[in-house]
Design a protein around this ligand. Sequence first.
Ligand code: GAP
Length: 444
Amino acid sequence: MEKITSLAKRRGFVFQSSEIYGGQNGAWDYGPMGIELKNRIAAAWWKEMTQLHDNIVGLDAAILMHPRTWEASGHVENFTDPLVDCKKCKARFRADMIPEENLAAKKCPECGGELTDTRKFNLMFKTHIGPAEDTASIIYLRPETAQGIYVNYKNIIQSNRMKVPFGIAQIGKAFRNEIVTKNFIFRTCEFEQMEMQYFVKPGTDEEWFDQWRKRRWAYYEKLGVKMDHLRWHQHGPDELAHYAKDAYDIQYLFPMGWRELEGVHNRTDYDLGRHTEYSGKDMQYIDQDNNNERYIPYIIETSAGLTRNLLMILCDAYDEEQVADKGNDDDWRTVLRFHPTLAPVTVAVLPLMKKDGLAEMAQDIRNELKEDYSVDYDQAGAIGRRYRRQDEAGTPFCVTVDYQSKEDGTVTLRFRDSMEQIRVPKAELALRLRQEIKAYKRLK
Ligand code: GAP
């Protein structure tokens, strides 16, 4: 993880928030490469979950919602972590994350001091809306994006003529006052989620639950993620969230071990039922194709962290490879094996020399490719060094303009993973890249 954190900073993926003031716990900033990667992960998910389905539509709901939302959802009452403090060293722990014997003996796992009793700590961030800081003005930063979907489900049925089964997808920020925020961007107080809520007829929920588990698994396979680094974990009775009848996590083998990447949950009619109760509005679906049968749909939720997916993609792509045996530093390269649809830079254009018109020719190629691809241009330093820089940034293709290019109009196309180089007529580059991206298969 240290290597990944340091590469992420060095190459402009992720910076500590407010670093000049010593950093802000639980918050991170995404640099020029990080925002490109994040946008591409979000775009891949969005395409998978909306564009590829006729019956799933998108939404972008507000972060600030009516406070009754969170009473109805059960978050005010139930969205808590058990917390203990050490009276001696003042360290704070999640009670479910320290060894049971320490908890039973009330003994601090760090200094051996006495621990306080376990108390419940609500993870929602509270703030005030309007000028008066009284209880009437309390408002929460949403701890999940899902509720914005539930409160809009009737609007969407009406405006978009949706029929059960159908889904609503959303990507957006969520906030949780996490007690433990170590492991880089794995668990943060401000993060982004990619959630899809699928509304189904009661009784068909288990079938849809299985269906969505299969689809979400297949998605990661399509992205070229190492499948032996993924596994399912079914929630036991103690782990199930207050709204869930059944839940499975897709876990990824991060450097610190197997951890949750995404959850697939059967939320039953809990949320819509509670919103009916708390808002007084009828949340039933009227099935016009079936004698106006009325029911509250069951909800199958797929809930992935966008920022956690970014960490997974970084870990999964990271590789150190021996490429020579000369006994010096250049024998090894660091390479990020991003899928080309996710790579922040798709293609780098490199003139072999700055002189003799090679730079101008390379700039023309850069300008042409820019229309379709994210392109980097680099003319500084030895060509081998420039390839290494691109490997480390995860750029899947490099185009090199050399003296032969001036003679016959061909350029070198270099592949990041195999380091193989072929010659391609420059007029065919854009099309060739498209074909390569489509046919991409990860080598290792
Ligand atoms: N709507 C259901 C829900 O929010 P969750 O299991 O609490 O379920 C879903 O969260 C996903 O959101 C997780 O699998 C994880 O990827 C991401 N996530 C949750 N808390 C996070 C945090 N503090 N920091 C980063 N990502 C988080």
